[in-house]
Design a protein around this ligand. Sequence first.
Ligand SMILES: [Mg+2]
Length: 125
Amino acid sequence: MKILLIDDSRTMRNIQKKVLSAMDNVEISEAADGLEALAAVGEQGPFDLMLVDWNMPNMDGFTFVTKIRENDKTTPMIMVTTEAEKSRVLEALKAGVNNYAVKPFTPDALLEKIRQTLEKAGAGG
Ligand SMILES: [Mg+2]
């Protein structure tokens, strides 16, 4: 399974990588903002799952999701938000994210979100 981690915080990406290491056959790519992520999708995609941080420089996660959904309606995406952005989650769901995770999360909580999201998307778990 190919997973793209999109977050401007290397620390957060490392936390996510560690969580994902509990899953089998995972191949991880990383991007530090929405622009890098669009490039990664073009060069290395399609991915089976993308974790998308909301707040990032150059292109934020919301804009990235909107752009992806213009021609890809199916790739599962989980929006990663802070408590402050929680009120905008509905907006993100409307824009096409499949699920969301609020920081800070425990490793188990994130893993559970990922499994739920993949199951719903029909990609197994
Ligand atoms: Mg951020």
